[in-house]
Design a protein around this ligand. Structure first.
Ligand code: SF4
Length: 488
């Protein structure tokens, strides 16, 4: 069996992924999303740009998938002292019948003693990320390890070519982690890859979102009513809950907050929140997070005024660009709703869209500006520093901002799997007109608009953004209605 860079990369993110990638039924995998394809293309573009500095690159020639032939061809190039080798194949013996295989993006020749002669090689891997994530470093350490087996000497480091910098991996730190990972994966019988069954499912949105097994794992988690579907049950907290015999939503719903806080080594308010959450999911009802018998919000925390604004931004982080400020103006006196899309139809129009946004919100000087999560407020601060305030008092403007997500989380536990806008608003009965629309898809549509000029893409983004504003309005409306009995 081959053990590869790819497997190690995914192991660092999720042990179960390594098992499913090796033994899972591939027909159960989700098709790649447009956003995933875009990231793959961006990554290939970045790789091409980064590798230009190593030209001329030479690549080993071998029959496709004949990895031992690839390793022999690479070794021959190394023995011949080729300066830079692109996607060389390095192999080494692992435990039992396992063979390690690493394919660093580039091997660069350096002066120094090795089995090859008075030179040796150093591995470079190109990554699209800005930061040297642990999974990148682990894979780089693996390349260094397999390379050391091939050339008889360790390189002094393994390099990562990141989006904005070149990073030297500290092998002294990562090789022990690598050893632990290899042991955990390959240990006879109880290793991830030698066990009879996959590791337990654990849905964690940040880790699972881009995983092709998400649909399959989510179904399994749903079938088990798995605790990981409960907001607040993190990967770190879960093993302690299991040790305490708390493996079901019902058991967590009736746990003692102080006991739980002691075992989890967190503040009691954290465990109270978890228990409220379990109770909401168990009873399928919204539960007010009363504090000393009082509702935690006052009417001024969720102001209802003649005019209210609902604001949502669309951004393309890969271009460092804000391409849309969407504002829904709700007139509670006339019951009119008007959506304004301040859009940068080309990236260079970002500044114009910013000033149009400022002019719009300034024309309703007393209206609260509802948004979901801190991103909108942070972006307004950033753009004011970048382009100026257009005569608008930004501190005053930001004082009008109301983060409705924060208000909901403070005040109520809802029977949802996540407090993301989609989950909340859907639970409240709101539906988006385009079922598949989301922030990542919107980035792809904006790219499509730029490359094709087809207005359908832009219109779809505007519709999605308007729906996000409408959803934010729905959440605010629901929260105020929920709070009314507590305010009387
Ligand atoms: S969906 Fe999540 S739990 Fe399942 S394999 Fe992927 S990362 Fe792991």
């Amino acid at each position: 069996m081959w053990f590869t860079d790819h497997m190690l990369f995914h192991y660092q993110r999720c042990r179960r992924r390594v098992y499913l990638d090796s033994y899972g039924d591939t027909t159960l995998k989700d098709p790649p999303s447009d956003y995933f394809v875009k990231l793959r293309e961006d990554s290939a573009e970045h790789r091409t740009a980064m590798l230009a500095q190593f030209k001329p690159l030479q690549r080993p020639v071998f029959e496709r998938n004949n990895w031992e032939a690839g390793a022999n061809a690479t070794y021959q190039m190394m023995a011949d002292g080729v300066e830079t080798i692109y996607r060389g194949v390095l192999t080494a013996q692992g435990p039992g019948d396992v063979r390690y295989r690493s394919e660093p993006d580039v091997l660069v020749k350096r002066a120094g003693e090795s089995w090859l002669g008075d030179w040796y090689y150093v591995p470079y891997n190109v990554k699209l990320g800005k930061k040297p994530k642990p999974e990148y470093q682990l894979v780089a350490a693996f390349a260094a390890y397999v390379l050391a087996e091939v050339q008889g000497v360790w390189p002094e480091t393994a390099w990562l070519l990141l989006k904005e910098k070149q990073y030297a991996v500290t092998l002294g730190r990562y090789v022990p982690k690598l050893q632990d990972a290899l042991d955990d994966c390959l240990e006879a019988q109880s290793g991830v890859l030698t066990a009879a069954n996959p590791p337990e499912v654990f849905i964690s949105r940040s880790r699972c979102d881009m995983c092709p097994w998400l649909g399959h794992c989510y179904q399994e988690a749903k079938a088990q009513n798995h605790l990981s579907l409960l907001p607040g049950v993190t990967k770190k907290r879960y093993p302690t809950l299991v040790e305490m015999g708390i493996t079901t939503v019902e058991a967590l719903a009736s746990a003692q907050p102080s006991h739980l806080a002691y075992s989890l080594d967190v503040e009691q308010m954290v465990t109270e929140k978890m228990i409220f959450q379990a109770q909401a999911n168990w009873t399928e009802k919204a539960i007010a997070r009363l504090h000393k018998s009082r509702f935690p919000l006052t009417p001024s925390d969720v102001p209802t005024t003649d005019i209210e604004l609902y604001f949502d931004i669309e951004a393309a982080p890969d271009k460092d660009l804000i391409y849309l400020h969407g504002v829904l103006v709700v007139n509670n006196r006339t019951q009119e709703e008007t959506f304004h899309a301040l859009v940068a139809e080309a990236p260079e129009h970002e500044e114009t869209a910013w000033f149009e946004f400022l002019a719009l919100v300034d024309s309703y000087p007393n209206a609260p500006i509802y948004h979901f999560c801190p991103y909108e407020a942070q972006t307004v601060s950033r753009l004011s520093e970048l382009y100026g305030d257009g005569g608008v008092n930004i501190d005053h403007l930001l004082n009008r901002f109301v983060d409705i997500h924060k208000r909901v989380v403070e005040a109520v536990a809802l029977p949802v799997e996540s407090y993301a806008l989609k989950h909340l608003a859907r639970w409240m009965g709101f539906e988006w007109r385009d079922e598949d629309a989301n922030g990542a898809q919107s980035i792809c549509w904006y790219d499509d608009w730029l490359t094709t000029g087809d207005r359908t893409y832009l219109d779809t983004i505007l519709r999605y953004n308007e729906d996000d504003c409408q959803a934010t309005y729905r959440v605010k409306d629901w929260l105020v209605k929920f709070a009314q009995p507590f305010w009387q």
